[in-house]
Design a protein around this ligand. Structure first.
Ligand code: BES
Ligand code: MN
Ligand code: MN
Length: 464
């Protein structure tokens, strides 16, 4: 497969241009105003799969956003790889913090990306990483290098919790049958330290509404005598964690899997520099649960975060008002053995319990998902490891990530396969933030590495 490097080198400008075109469509799944753009993106993905040599490409309707499916079956006795990715993106707000409009991609050179990076919403998460697979397939079909069967399932609801994908999987088990699931929707430690994600955290996402008086009140006439929902919500949020940043919800830690000191020791060997970490984020100090390192806090420990909080007057100038309502969106990242449905219930019970009689609270669960951890002694992991070795010249480090892809644990349960998280992004790519970008080096490296996965996976499966 010597010529993949040459192929990428010759066609790199076209690969970048094609991705830029895809990034121009605002496929924001959270906002129903963009429904047309979701379909437009699905159609663009479909066309790209057809161009790359996929057969039976279709846009499958679901009760939510459409799923794009395609396959290239060369021989039913050969192994089958199912590629999963998502074409939806996070809302780009706050718009004023972007240096270029989020759906008008620009290429800029930076210290980390001297070969240029594409700046646009979805550049790394996940259009760029998903499209690497389309281009890798194009190379393999054009050059007769596809050693096994391949299926693609690209969805449009990942960023809002993949609510209807479970339905799609349950109804299409045969169509989706595979020997391994391959996903590029995570990252590597750095350009010279490749890593493979071996774990993802689970999630419980909740919205709370705190109601006080039946209307906004004059804060002079009523302030001090009537409970202020924003003051009360702030106190309630504060009491969700203690002085050690442990979560105070009774029962929250009951099923949390504790790592052995060996496992923690192994984790601590991963390259990591706290000074650099702080400098990159322009923070004077890190902050988190007592007794755990930064890497541990951000991967193997459960957490609770307020994602947004609002209520009252936030317009220009001052308005003296005691608001009737206050709101917050709260997420909890979960670890193996924590059941997100149980945790959601525990949260609800506790939140109801700590609310003073001055207010009523409503707890509205949004979505959730289970954590995932994969062993490394399987052909999928080994094939990915050898593929990175081939193109990075180094064995990748297995590492658990703090992010979530809720559908991954469902894949394992319903399709009974291992999931290989073969990402190429960097933590600094600003996914979900203003100025999201994806290094062109990373993008091309991904296209170059992926075909080796198929080669080694097919070989290792034959040996089994
Ligand atoms: N691709 C990310 C998850 C991710 C990124 C995992 C980097 C590991 C490293 C995915 O698109 C995502 O953002 N997931 C959401 C969950 C979803 C339910 C909104 C998340 O983790 O917040
Ligand atoms: Mn993603
Ligand atoms: Mn995301």
């Amino acid at each position: 497969m010597q010529d993949i490097k040459t192929y990428v080198d010759q066609d790199k400008d076209r690969f970048v241009q094609e991705l830029i075109e895809l990034l121009k469509i605002p496929s924001i799944s959270a906002d129903s105003n963009y429904k047309k753009d979701m379909l437009k993106t699905a159609k663009a993905v479909k066309a790209s799969l057809e161009d790359a040599g996929c057969e039976k490409v279709e846009i499958c309707k679901t009760p939510g956003q459409p799923v794009v499916y395609g396959e290239k079956i060369i021989d039913s006795s050969l192994p089958t790889v199912l590629v999963y990715g998502h074409y939806d993106v996070q809302p780009p707000d706050p718009l004023e913090l972007w240096d270029n409009p989020p759906f008008e991609p620009v290429i800029k050179n930076t210290e980390i990306h001297p070969d240029g990076a594409i700046y646009a919403r979805g550049a790394c998460d996940d259009k760029g990483q998903m499209y690497m697979h389309v281009k890798a397939l194009e190379y393999m079909t054009k050059n007769n290098e596809l050693p096994c069967n391949i299926k693609f399932m690209i969805e449009g609801e990942e960023e809002v919790g993949s609510e209807h994908l479970g339905w799609f999987i349950e109804n299409n088990k045969e169509k989706l049958a595979n020997d391994v699931i391959l996903i590029s929707d995570t990252g590597i430690i750095s350009k010279d330290t490749p890593s493979i994600t071996t774990g993802l955290r689970g999630l419980s996402y909740i919205e709370v509404e705190v109601t006080g008086p039946n209307r906004d009140l004059h804060s002079g006439l009523y302030g001090g005598a009537v409970g202020n929902p924003i003051n009360i919500l702030s106190k309630m949020i504060a009491s969700l964690t203690d002085e050690n940043n442990h979560i105070s919800i009774p029962g929250f830690y009951d099923n949390v899997e504790e790592l052995t000191s060996e496992e923690r020791g192994k984790m601590a060997e991963a390259p990591y520099n706290e000074e650099e970490y702080k400098n990159k984020l322009k923070i004077k100090d890190v902050y988190g649960e007592a007794g755990y390192s930064t890497l541990e806090r951000a991967s193997i420990r459960p957490t609770l975060d307020v994602n947004g909080i609002w209520g009252g007057y936030i317009g220009e100038g001052a308005k003296t008002v005691l608001p009737s309502k206050a709101f917050a969106k709260i997420s909890m990242r979960l670890v193996p053995n924590q059941d997100w449905k149980e945790i959601t219930q525990l949260f609800k019970n506790y939140f109801d319990q700590i609310a003073p009689d001055a207010v009523t609270v409503e707890v509205k669960p949004h979505h959730g998902g289970y954590a995932y951890v994969t062993p490394i002694d399987n052909p999928g992991y080994q094939a990915a490891s050898k593929a990175y070795e081939e193109t990075f010249g180094k064995t990748p480090i297995p590492q658990r990530s703090g992010g979530s892809i809720p559908i991954v644990s469902l894949f394992e349960k319903e399709l009974k396969s291992k999931i290989i998280l073969m990402g190429f992004g960097l933590d600094t790519d600003a996914i979900h933030s203003p100025n999201e970008h994806f290094g062109i080096w990373n993008y091309l490296k991904g296209i170059e590495t992926i075909p080796y996965f198929y080669k080694y996976f097919t070989e290792l499966k034959k040996e089994e």
